[in-house]
Ligand binder design. Structure first.
Ligand SMILES: CC(C)(COP(=O)(O)OP(=O)(O)OC[C@H]1O[C@@H](n2cnc3c(N)ncnc32)[C@H](O)[C@@H]1OP(=O)(O)O)[C@@H](O)C(=O)NCCC(=O)NCCS
Length: 157
């Protein structure tokens, strides 16, 4: 198992994992995670660009010959009322079911943290779905702490 930066050629193998992570979140909270049809395909172009972007962190877990996990993060700008101007943000993390509990997720997260640090970022942030205790436990073991808790009120049926 090798955790390494993704290349554009990896994107076709990552898109099905994007579909799985969308379905995973939508099953938990279809109001919050109400994806447009074709969202994984929309990722295709975005991920291909991210693979060559020095302000992005796009990593894959390679169990040669197949990919079994990925992480995508980008540098985000804070709004101009805060002292901190930019921070690293982890958008998605996925490890295929058959490869879980082997430390792959942890390797992806720790490499992403190192790469954001090398870019000069002072913070790395991410969101987790409220029921996702497994992900929070993993991130906590990598040094993350809880920050805000988003609340949601649905006004339509
Ligand atoms: C969250 C997720 C990425 C974790 O991936 P993973 O590869 O299983 O993560 P790790 O193996 O690094 O750590 C998970 C657990 O395995 C344990 N572990 C790590 N190496 C191990 C080993 N060699 N043997 C046994 N257990 C091990 C870790 O201690 C951890 O256990 P714990 O949860 O009881 O503390 C994966 O469950 C996933 O893809 N979930 C669905 C998508 C998701 O939730 N993404 C995050 C969105 S914010």
């Amino acid at each position: 198992m090798e955790v390494r930066p993704a290349a554009p050629a990896d994107v076709p193998a990552v898109v099905p994992m994007v579909a799985k992570i969308c379905a995973f979140h939508e099953a938990w909270d279809p109001a919050k995670y109400s994806f447009l049809p074709g969202t994984p395909e929309r990722y295709r172009h975005w991920l291909t660009t991210r693979a060559g972007d020095e302000r992005s962190v796009f990593l894959v877990a390679d169990a040669n010959p197949k990919l079994v996990g990925f992480l995508i993060g980008t540098v985000e700008n804070e709004i101009p009322i805060y002292r901190l101007k930019q921070y690293g943000f982890i958008h998605d993390l996925w490890v295929d079911e058959d490869y879980r509990h082997e430390g792959v997720g942890r390797q992806l997260v720790m490499m992403a943290v190192e790469r954001f640090k090398a870019m000069g970022m002072e913070q790395v942030r991410l969101d987790t779905a409220f029921p996702n205790d497994v992900a929070r436990k993993l991130f906590a073991s990598c040094g993350f702490r809880p920050s805000t808790t988003e609340m949601l009120l649905q006004l339509t049926v």
